[in-house]
Ligand binder design. Structure first.
Ligand code: TNX
Length: 527
């Protein structure tokens, strides 16, 4: 199938060459298999199994189309890892027993069951999971137990029991500043599956472009997309692709700021005049007019349409970086603020936020936004994503909000993987120490988004933290650069978000990362 397509064939060759390069690493210096994220419990056993042929699967418990497809992907990846395709009729080299205990009604929600138990040895592999997501996570670990040795691929023998530390383990891709094709995103989903990440947050609109087809507001793709957007059909396909991999897609449509593109298409909702062609000085400033009742009609209809495309319970509405003078500089908005007693732009934004909150509640969605949303009090069930610093993690949790941390994980800063790895989502000072040690130290902060000597995390506040995300802003990142900006850094972060906080050995990370990278390169071949 690969030989039929010359481009794929070339890519396949490149991957094989790369795998050859990494084989030495496997043989020379890895005492244990390169598992990333590291499991909660790993016990090596004697008796590795040489993988000589295909996979025979024995099912117990729940089986589904999703699981059949997951096993098909696993089998194909295993064949690629061993540079060999399973041929029908060949004796199975690996017997894989899968016992999925429950269909899991919470599948694809924040509460989905990701726990799994895996045993491998000369007799094959046994994978027991509480639900389909656990099977997916266990299969990705099973693949990482395969070592490529001189004599051929070998499955390490081990007993593994594993479940994630955080339920929300995300990557955010800004597809507004630079559009990313569906194929590029699917590749990221493949790599996320392999590293047990489970949320792809798509930043779908910003000043530079609105990226989803709207049937209610077609000027959004005719004017605001500048020719590059996802059709509704493509969104359905992308969501299905993610669903298959146990990954949730959380959409973001940024408002009231970062909305220049939308306002080019519908200038009647703008706080200040917008121009076409785009004025680069105004692209990060333009904001919607919160004093215009029609703005809310527009957003309610648009969010209703978009919520129909994205089934996830969470809906991100941005809310970051509103420039106060966009509002105070408009006499009509200034008069509106005076009339309603909004002392400043933050108070006006809180009123805007409450309107959006009701709209999304009506849609049955949980609202999510950047940490600016708590500059004035808003309903506590809104999920806050701190980005300006860890103090907002503490502030949001203190105000009772669920929290998804992105401060400290900005991939566009291009820091080494270890610098991101060191930052714990529960570490309010960003100095890279486990939460229980953080209070007694003066170690300087590792990256500018995390330092806050005054912030204090407590066990009670920590219960508000659902997880974390690594954002990639793409002002200066094009599709060609996407894979290398995200990977292998995101594999290191997958470990930070999944494994126990005590897993922090950077030498071990450095040893495992190239091996995991070579495995991720299998995703360059689209299967
Ligand atoms: C701030 S982070 C932004 C983005 C920019 C980023 C550049 C956030 C919520 N807003 O719009 O792309 O800085 O680093």
């Amino acid at each position: 199938m690969i030989a039929a397509n010359p481009a794929r064939c070339l890519r396949f060759l490149a991957v094989l060459l790369c795998m050859g390069g990494v084989q030495g690493v496997v043989g020379n210096c890895l005492a244990a298999p390169a598992l990333m994220p590291q499991p909660v419990s790993y016990q090596p056993r004697p008796g590795a199994l040489a993988l000589t042929g295909g996979v025979q699967v024995e099912w117990q418990g729940t089986r589904s189309v999703l699981l059949d497809r997951a096993v098909a992907r696993f089998t194909q990846r295993l064949a690629m890892l061993s540079a060999r395709y399973a041929t029908p009729g060949q004796p199975a080299g690996l017997t894989l027993r899968i016992r999925c205990l429950d269909a899991d009604p919470a599948m694809l929600s924040i509460h989905m069951e990701e726990h799994y138990h895996l045993e491998t040895g000369p007799e094959g592999a046994t994978l027991v999971a509480d639900g389909p997501a656990g099977v997916l996570r266990g299969l990705s670990t099973l693949l990482q137990l395969v070592e490529r040795q001189e004599s051929g691929p070998v499955l390490d023998a081990a007993v593994i029991d594993d479940s994630p530390r955080f339920a929300w383990r995300g990557v955010m891709v800004d597809v507004s500043r630079h559009f990313m094709s569906v194929t590029a995103l699917e590749r990221q989903l493949d790599m996320m599956e392999l590293t047990r990440l489970n949320v792809l947050h798509l930043h779908l609109s910003d000043g530079q472009g609105f990226r989803v087809e709207s049937r209610l507001y077609p000027r959004l793709q005719q004017v605001a997309a500048h020719g590059a957007y996802y059709t509704q059909r493509q969104i359905h396909e992308l969501v299905a692709y993610a669903t298959d991999r146990g990954i949730r897609i959380v959409p973001e449509f940024d408002a009231p700021g970062h909305s220049y593109a939308m306002l080019q298409a519908y200038p009647q909702y703008a706080a200040q005049p917008v121009t076409t062609p785009m004025d680069p000085k105004r692209v990060v400033r333009a904001a919607m007019d919160p004093s215009n009742p029609q703005t809310y009609v527009f957003l309610a209809r648009l969010y209703h349409e978009m919520a129909g495309l994205f089934p996830d319970a969470y809906f991100h509405v941005g809310g970051d970086e509103v420039r106060p003078d966009e509002w105070t500089g408009n006499p009509h908005i200034a008069a509106f603020m005076k009339q309603h007693g909004y002392a400043d732009a933050a108070a006006l934004q809180a009123a805007f936020t409450r309107r959006i909150y009701s709209m999304l509640a009506h849609e049955g969605r949980t609202m999510m936004g950047w940490d600016e949303l708590i500059d004035a009090p808003v309903p506590a069930s809104i999920v806050i994503e701190p980005w300006r610093g860890s103090r907002y993690t503490v502030a949001a949790a203190t105000a009772g909000h669920p929290v998804v941390v992105s401060a400290g994980y900005y991939l566009d800063l291009l820091l080494p993987a270890a610098d991101y790895y060191r930052v714990d989502p529960l570490d309010p000072q960003g100095n890279g120490l486990p939460p229980d040690q953080v209070a007694q130290t003066n170690v300087p902060a590792l990256n500018p988004f995390t330092l806050d000597p005054a912030a204090r995390m407590t066990p009670e506040l920590a219960t508000h933290v659902m997880g974390a995300e690594a954002p990639l802003w793409t002002e200066i990142v094009t599709e060609e650069m996407l894979d290398t900006r995200l990977w292998p850094r995101c594999a290191a972060l997958a470990e930070r978000f999944w494994s126990p906080a005590s897993v922090r050995d950077e030498a071990s990370l450095a040893r495992r990362l190239p091996v995991v990278q070579s495995e991720l390169e299998l995703s360059l071949i689209h299967i």
